[in-house]
Design a protein around this ligand. Structure first.
Ligand code: SF4
Length: 399
């Protein structure tokens, strides 16, 4: 358990029997109104007929998975609807899918239920519909409060959309919501980031995802960089931005529980923590990943192929990565991202070997000596300085 976060209690006749396997459900809603310049998630342009076909296939996938893993074996402890742009969804379709999910699995009453939103698509009606479906954690892709940066990213929303989305969320008395902010954007200065953080903190969100832009290959932004029209900021400035941002968020009462995740006490995202802790999760929809009973697999990244596979009564699986080595590497990567670190005993129980035996011993000793890595009360974790170069450390340890 991380930082005193408690799991939701069982209610409504759902048994807390530890032999029941808790697991999280992720739904990938694959449609967007446009394609942002930096984005490499799987998405297709929104089309109402395609949405209908997607949901029809999703109902089949949910039923097949329910038959595969009987309801009394599993308790759904969190649901996360991501994308894509889930705030474009038809609510009646989403409601129907939820009914099917509840028919197939035991869903914990009052569980954390998140949905991602693009600020421009948030309305009172949408938020009221969320409430009716017991969605209790909307998140908003604010990214920046600077119009020039939003334009660079090809985001469709304006600054007032972000303010309005949060205002409505508060007005409708959601006690939990999340916000996303990006740093290390081309053209961004420290001053611009500082003003972004000030404006975000004025909105007083319970949760902040503060993440660094990665220029992913094959994206429009990467092509702009390749031809010299856009210049990425340098690594030292990016590091300074991260440090400054962490300090500012800490001063405002947010604690970092993962490299990019900051929360007020009690508002950590349980769904993401369950991923990082290596619990089972079921991903539904195109490109969604799953990890269930030691098996790791990913769905096809295409709405067309997803629908065709399910119409033919087949699972829409593209990649099956169930190797122990891959799971070990992932457990190390995810563990190091968390403030708590890698749980040595849990690692040994899961893989039958000590975590140090899977690490590059020479690098490990050097990083412990330099103070970047701390072997600590049953955990191996990164120090404050280590966190600033987490990716580099992970690379070195996993050589
Ligand atoms: S809205 Fe989100 S998922 Fe869609 S293109 Fe933009 S960043 Fe990607």
């Amino acid at each position: 358990m991380v930082c005193g976060i408690s799991r939701p209690t069982c209610a409504g006749g759902v048994s807390a029997d530890p032999s029941n396997m808790p697991f999280s459900v992720y739904l990938h809603f694959p449609f967007c109104r446009n394609k942002c310049s930096y984005c490499d998630f799987y998405k297709a342009l929104y089309d109402p007929d395609e949405e209908r076909r997607f949901y029809d296939a999703l109902m089949i996938e949910t039923r097949l998975r329910g038959e595969q893993w009987p309801s009394d074996d599993r308790i759904v402890t969190s649901i996360f609807v991501g994308g894509g742009t889930p705030s474009l969804t038809r609510i009646d379709f989403l409601a129907k899918w939820l009914d099917e999910l509840k028919k197939q699995f035991t869903v914990l009453e009052g569980l954390e239920f998140s949905i991602e939103n693009n600020p421009e698509s948030v309305t009172v009606e949408l938020l009221k519909s969320y409430r009716a479906l017991e969605i209790n954690r909307p998140t908003f892709g604010i990214q920046s409060f600077h119009p020039t940066l939003l334009k660079l990213l090809d985001r469709r929303h304006r600054i007032e959309d972000s303010h309005r989305a949060v205002y409505l969320t508060n007005a409708l008395r959601f006690t939990n919501f999340g916000t996303d902010l990006i740093f290390a954007l081309p053209q961004q200065t420290s001053r611009m980031l500082s003003s972004d953080l000030d404006q975000l903190l004025e909105l007083d969100p319970p949760h902040v995802s503060f993440y660094q832009l990665t220029i992913e290959p094959e994206t429009p932004l990467a092509r702009e960089v390749a031809v010299g029209r856009v210049k990425p900021i340098d690594d030292d400035l990016a590091l300074a931005m991260y440090r400054g941002g962490c300090e500012k968020l800490a001063e405002a009462g947010y604690h970092r529980y993962e490299v990019s995740s900051f929360a007020k006490p009690g508002f950590e995202c349980r769904h993401n923590i369950s991923y990082w802790e290596g619990s089972d999760y079921l991903g539904l929809g195109p490109s969604a990943h799953s990890f269930v009973q030691g098996r790791r697999f990913a769905n096809v990244s295409s709405v067309g192929r997803y629908v065709a596979a399910l119409d033919g009564g087949e699972y829409p699986i593209e990649v099956d990565r169930s190797g122990v080595e891959e799971r070990m590497v992932e457990a190390i990567m995810l563990g190091l991202r968390m403030t708590r670190g890698i749980d040595r005993r849990a690692f040994a129980d899961r893989f039958g070997q000590n975590v140090e035996d899977r690490l590059d011993r020479k690098q490990y000793d050097l990083l412990v000596e330099s103070g970047h890595v701390i072997p600590d009360r049953g955990y191996i974790r990164l120090s404050e300085n280590g966190f600033y170069v987490a990716d580099e450390i992970t690379r070195r340890l996993l050589k």
